[in-house]
Write a protein that binds this ligand. Structure first.
Ligand code: 3PG
Length: 307
């Protein structure tokens, strides 16, 4: 019997796992679960005889791919697939997929929550400010960015965006003021919400030059990936600009130092929680199960990311 392994260091909710089980077993497959593991060796062992693998931010390294003797498909239940070694998958003919859009709403809601949290002094006493009337810059107008724009508009914010992969007219149609360059976006917005993936082109791209362009009192909101930030550049600009704030769902490597120096202006969630809602767990988990099964049964490779 073909086997689907769900390997989640940060597990799905029980409801999502029950739903995944129903799909997998209903299709005549066996379900194996590896949850809350702390040793990557456990994943190497568990994946050995799996035909399909479902993960979240779990690292699917070349070693994992090598250990997986029967593996045909890996589905990242979520959007960002920087945790998958795509070259290693391709070399072994393994199809890698994500589940775009399935957890976007959860991440977008958190981004808005983080803006309010920073605007209200990290929920400490004292006079804060409102989102209404402020300029919100969406850096990458994909599934998450688009929802953040929609919610920001609901708060009375003026929405700006930069995304070279989305046609200008498509953004304008949705009431977005399209920035001509990334520099223009950062120069003009009170809030920047980051929604770019982490890849060779974007890593450390949010740098000193860009950040120092932000207007007085601006806030950078990162629900994307820590790797896209040039952490030295961030520390430098925060030291020079005592008005800037940084809130993130992906803790920087230099967080302790940032906290010590810029208390009240920097905040990171204890553990990445953008997609940690019951709804997102179900949406992404079930989509991943359906996609893995469909690929093994029929070769359906919609959402393949290593084509
Ligand atoms: C994603 O890329 O979909 C999000 O970062 C969610 O990641 P998670 O599944 O590890 O919560």
């Amino acid at each position: 019997m073909a086997k689907i392994l769900v390997a989640t260091e940060k597990p799905f909710s029980k409801v999502a796992v029950d739903g995944i089980r129903k799909i997998v077993e209903g299709a005549g497959f066996e379900l194996a679960l590896l949850e809350k593991y702390t040793d990557p060796a456990d994943l190497l062992k568990a994946v050995a005889d799996a035909d399909g693998l479902i993960v979240r931010s779990d690292k699917v390294t070349a070693q994992v791919v090598e250990a997986a003797k029967n593996l045909k498909v890996v589905v990242r239940a979520g959007a960002g697939y920087d945790n998958l070694d795509l070259a290693a998958c391709s070399a072994k003919g393994i199809v890698a997929m994500n589940t775009p859009g399935q957890n976007s709403n959860a991440v977008a809601e958190l981004a808005i929550g983080m803006m309010i949290f920073m605007a209200r002094n990290l929920f400490n006493p004292g006079t804060g400010s409102e989102l209404k009337g402020k300029k919100l810059g969406i850096h990458a107008y994909g599934n998450v960015g688009r929802i953040v724009a929609q919610y920001g508009r609901g708060f009375g914010m003026e929405i700006h965006a930069f995304d070279p992969f989305v046609p200008t007219e498509a953004m304008q149609k949705e009431g977005v003021k399209v920035a001509a360059s990334i520099e223009e976006l950062y120069s003009s917005c009170d809030y920047i919400s980051l929604h770019i993936p982490a890849n060779d082109k974007t890593k450390k791209s949010i740098n000193y030059d860009l950040l120092s362009r932000m207007p007085k009192g601006a806030t950078l909101v990162n629900t994307a990936r820590k790797e896209v930030i040039d952490e030295e550049g961030l520390a430098k600009v925060m030291a020079e600009r005592t008005d800037l704030k940084y809130v993130t769902d992906v803790k920087p490597d230099n967080y302790d130092a940032l906290q010590a120096q810029f208390a009240g202006r920097v905040f990171a969630t204890p553990k990445k929680m953008g997609a940690e809602t019951a709804e997102a767990n179900v949406n992404a988990g079930l989509a991943a199960a359906n996609q893995a099964i469909a690929y093994i049964k029929t070769g359906d490779n919609k959402f393949q990311v290593n084509k």
